[in-house]
Design a protein. Structure first.
Length: 110
């Protein structure tokens, strides 16, 4: 009888040790997953910050002011004045074979 009691105690201790080991393993695994999740979240936050910077840069590059400056510097373009504007008016339908269906009306002092 004495041997059976010690076997039961040994089995109970082994079961307790196994369950504690399982709990420790499960918590360790959970902590690893939480670390991985934190890393992914920080990478996402960095990516979102980079995206915000790129969007702001895109808006600055697409701005009307910048395009006007670049067009002036690189292409020599400028905003037209009233004297530079030419209005094209279509003439009334003419006889067949007529040349130049457009009538140029120049506004300004040209």
């Amino acid at each position: 009888m004495r041997g059976q009691g010690s076997i039961r105690v040994a089995l109970a201790c082994a079961a307790l040790l196994a369950s504690l080991t399982l709990v420790i393993w499960r918590q360790s695994r959970s902590l690893e997953l939480l670390r991985s999740l934190d890393e992914v979240r920080s990478e996402r936050a960095i990516a979102e910050a980079e995206r915000a910077v790129l969007v702001a840069r895109e808006q600055a590059l697409e701005s009307r002011t910048r395009i006007r400056e670049v067009a002036a510097e690189r292409l020599g373009l400028r905003v037209p004045t009233a004297e530079d504007i030419i209005t094209l008016r279509r003439r009334a339908p003419a006889r067949e074979g007529a040349e130049r269906p457009w009538n140029l009306a120049v506004t300004g002092g040209r």
